[in-house]
Design a protein around this ligand. Sequence first.
Ligand SMILES: Cc1cc2nc3c(=O)[nH]c(=O)nc-3n(C[C@H](O)[C@H](O)[C@H](O)COP(=O)(O)OP(=O)(O)OC[C@H]3O[C@@H](n4cnc5c(N)ncnc54)[C@H](O)[C@@H]3O)c2cc1C
Length: 385
Amino acid sequence: MRIVVIGAGAVGAACALALTDAGADVVVVDRAGVAGETSSRCEGNILVSDKGPGPEADLAIAGNRIWRQWAARLDGERRRGQPATEFDAKGGVVVALPGAEAGLSAFAAAQRGIGVRAEELDAARLRELEPELSADAGFGVWYPDDAQVQPSLATQAMMACAAGHGARLLRAEVTGARVHVGRIRAVVTDRDELATDAVVNCAGPWAGEVAQRLGVRLPILPRRGTIIVTAPMPQRIFHKVYDADYVGAVASGDADLQTSTVVESTPAGTVLIGSSRERVGFSTAHTLPALSEIAAKAVRLFPFLADTMVLRTYTGFRPYAPDHLPMIGADGTVDGLFHAAGHEGAGIGLAPATGLLIAHAVLGTPAPADPAPFLPTRAQPAVAA
Ligand SMILES: Cc1cc2nc3c(=O)[nH]c(=O)nc-3n(C[C@H](O)[C@H](O)[C@H](O)COP(=O)(O)OP(=O)(O)OC[C@H]3O[C@@H](n4cnc5c(N)ncnc54)[C@H](O)[C@@H]3O)c2cc1C
């Protein structure tokens, strides 16, 4: 079966790998190359800690397990010159600043109810795990299963592995489709027309625009995020550390600026400090208010950061679905058309599980989680673009 995957970000690369593994003849089309967009303008957290009970948590738990298997495979099969995933099962520490303790404790209790390992930490244990934390932080929760990858490299590693098993990559822009008697027959690009049996739309924040070019509707919008990268520093942050108010910022659908501190150190010694959420279309202008707010909140968590030099900042666009759940599965109006988009701030963590859900939808292989909550045919609340 020939399948065209549109988009070579983390989600497209994972779909390409899962479909190739299942025996399909896969062509990946991307106008920007591998990890040319959001999947290189993000962080690489693979979190089970930030989701309350529900379908996304179920997918994240499955995804966390699959990432461990895939990272071992990708790093093991890696040929000379190919990137490693930099998978690091370092665990996460969620910190409640004064006033947020009871909320975090209740959230963690609910997560334990669905099998997430979440251990409460008093001030002494917090300091043992993260000596540089602010003295204001007196309560936290330890999530041993949180992990991270280097998202751009991990995406390249998935694509290289898929290519090693026969997938092909075409650098081109998808402009339309040939649909005959309700079934998609070909993808039209600015270079070639690709005859196909099935198409998977993995165009990230552009998935709505691509859907429109293919003649269907998908309500995916961009939600901007900004990250600060510090210079390498002598102090160390040993785990993924974030402020308990992060969960509220993720769940909010507000178009206005939301910020919350997520701190992630990298093997190179730099620290990534994120992040913000705002719906401003694809504009990259006026990021200073978000950056100032992120910096101020990060210093509240780790006071030593006040004296740290900023190396650079960057901006990406999360693919946002109005009900905050990714849209994975058959389009429902055009046969042979599938979508895998709308993962918002969790597309790296959920990529391998999404790949397997798509292989299930297209080829009938086993699903890693219940596909029903993610079907693109579900009703969505209306939001302004
Ligand atoms: C600041 C920030 C921090 C984040 N942190 C995390 C995190 O810690 N953990 C996590 O799991 N997620 C995180 N995310 C979210 C994550 O980055 C995204 O969910 C994920 O990268 C989406 O991957 P994707 O493959 O769907 O999209 P993309 O990586 O954007 O890939 C889509 C691809 O489609 C291509 N494309 C679009 N239109 C066309 C067309 N017409 N023709 C051909 N190609 C086309 C683009 O060129 C692009 O390469 C973060 C995001 C941001 C912005």
